[in-house]
Ligand binder design. Structure first.
Ligand SMILES: Cc1cc2nc3c(=O)[nH]c(=O)nc-3n(C[C@H](O)[C@H](O)[C@H](O)COP(=O)(O)OP(=O)(O)OC[C@H]3O[C@@H](n4cnc5c(N)ncnc54)[C@H](O)[C@@H]3O)c2cc1C
Length: 478
């Protein structure tokens, strides 16, 4: 179908108001990419990718519905856009047809707050840090703190089933969502009811959470809150190897402890910036040490009991207590490392990214060793963190980076690193894409189990979105 662009421009202006529509290069260039490292690396040796034909900023679900009806009529692809912090190309362009970006950030209001039930009703375009600050001012917190908090929006969180650094205590964002409002591709606005529990069929919200904009646009949500903590405390333990550190964390969770933060990472005392100038180089034994960083929050009595349980378990497994300082220091710098990858991605010959995979405790330690060994054998630098720990398992966040002779070789090495990570992950019983979603990138690397699940969702998408307008090319569900 040919695209009558001026006719569409007129209709979109009517839908959202001319002041909330743009085809200016300033806006289309800004919406041409998200934070997918592969696309950013590709753009450094070629032209900046083509942007959308139209960017719209609707202010409410009814305006989103109007835009989607126009898009359906002309079979135009639509990409919902929050903060553009997707690391998997979820909001990056694809295909040849001109497309519309729906930037959700004008929908940024708190609509209602029920302080008795501790539930907030909020529009989906609000940026994470803004939401948290407004809640804090009223004595509440959401407890969802991803590293991209200053950029990402609530709609982006829900659409990628985001996990923050406090997920061991408060869960993923989907666990906090009690209901939502979304606009389906045909313009129908659906509200899922807010009730602590319902048993009248599968929950529609669960179809939209994690759908990465392929089934509709989320415009608002009801979210569970908690009161700001009265008390917070930190603790840290050093282990000779990663396996006993994982054991201490696993046993603590099994004993009923719900730490606010629980992460296992390299000994921070080995950081070059923290070592004395004439200190000897770290030995292999130093390098295999791992530190368990913990934070607790809640009533003083509860925090003390939790801390004591973990201390006993960690000590029994050979953990040396390092006190509050390392964990407190990590907390103080918890947002500092987030965008540090950017300078690497603008250098022609460098590559970098972050593999995140999930596994049960049974498989986790083997996967950790295999992944680290596979990357180091290739000469790529890697740093693995155990995070998002739950009763049944945890996530391995593996930052990797390396150097090649040219921009093309760097891109090849990057793709090889991902293929390798996927092989190691699947062979070890893990699942790829544990935190950042599937997007364009992970969809091609998934295992058979995930592909089977997505094949069923493809059928659902065909029913809801017969023209295939919603974020085509994402998740592999077209
Ligand atoms: C430095 C850095 C650190 C990060 N740390 C974390 C972390 O700790 N935890 C974590 O989970 N992720 C993290 N991420 C990934 C990213 O921030 C998350 O995926 C986030 O949820 C994306 O939100 P966004 O608003 O930026 O969405 P976008 O990037 O704009 O979009 C993401 C996907 O959601 C869709 N979408 C956006 N809004 C809507 C909507 N209203 N309705 C329907 N679909 C929509 C888009 O089409 C796209 O497919 C990090 C990213 C970076 C760059």
């Amino acid at each position: 179908m040919s695209v009558p662009q001026s006719e569409i421009t007129g209709q979109l202006a009517e839908a959202v108001g001319p002041e909330n529509l743009s085809s200016s290069p300033v806006d289309t260039i800004a919406h041409a990419l998200d934070f997918w490292p592969r696309a950013l690396m590709k753009s450094r040796s070629g032209p900046w990718p083509r942007g959308p034909k139209w960017v719209v900023w609707p202010g409410a679900a009814a305006e989103v519905a109007h835009v989607l009806r126009i898009a359906s009529a002309y079979a135009l692809p639509v990409i919902p856009y929050g903060g553009g912090s997707s690391m998997v190309g979820g909001a990056s362009p694809r295909g040849d047809r001109p497309w519309i970006v729906i930037n959700c950030k004008r929908m940024c209001n708190i609509l209602d707050m029920d302080e008795v039930s501790m539930v907030v009703h909020v529009q989906a375009g609000i940026v994470g840090v803004e939401l948290e600050e407004r809640l804090n001012a009223r004595g509440f917190s959401l407890g969802h703190v991803p590293t991209s908090m200053t950029t990402a929006t609530l709609g982006g969180w829900l659409s990628t089933q985001s996990a923050g650094m406090l997920s061991s205590r408060y869960g993923r964002v989907g666990d906090l969502c009690l209901g939502l409002t979304a606009v389906l591709p045909d313009g129908q606005v659906v509200h899922t009811r807010v009730a602590p529990r319902r048993a009248t069929g599968p929950e529609l919200a669960h179809l939209l959470i994690g759908a990465e904009g392929t089934l509709g646009v989320i415009t608002a949500a009801h979210l569970r809150l908690h009161r700001l903590p009265l008390h917070r405390r930190f603790d840290s333990f050093c282990f000779e190897q990663v396996a006993p550190a994982m054991g201490a964390l696993r046993q603590s969770l099994a004993a009923g402890v719900r730490p606010l933060v629980a992460r296992i990472q390299r000994d921070p005392r080995l950081r070059r910036s923290d070592r004395e100038q004439d200190a000897p180089e770290p030995t292999p034994a130093d390098l295999s040490r791992r530190v368990l960083l913990l934070a607790y929050e809640g009533p003083v009595e509860l925090v003390e009991v939790e801390q004591e349980i973990v201390r006993d378990l960690a000590t029994a497994l050979g953990g040396e207590g390092l006190g509050q300082a390392p964990a407190r220091r990590w907390w103080g710098q918890r947002f500092a490392a987030g965008f540090r990858m950017t300078p690497l991605l603008v250098q022609d010959h460098l590559f970098a990214d972050y593999v995140e995979l999930g596994a049960t405790w049974q498989a986790l330690s083997g996967l950790y060793d295999n992944l680290e060994e596979a990357f180091e054998k290739r000469g790529w630098r890697t740093r693995i963190t155990v995070e998002h720990a739950r009763l049944e398992g945890a996530s391995l966040g593996c930052a990797f980076w390396g150097e090649a002779d040219s921009a093309e070789a760097a891109l090849e090495a990057y793709d090889e690193a991902w293929r390798l990570a996927a092989r190691v992950c699947h062979a070890g019983g893990g699942g790829l894409g544990h935190v950042y979603g599937g997007g364009q990138h992970r969809a091609a690397l998934l295992d058979d189990n995930a592909k089977q699940r997505l094949a069923v969702l493809t059928e659902v998408k065909r029913k809801l979105d017969p023209a295939g307008i919603m974020n085509p090319g994402i998740l592999g569900t077209e």
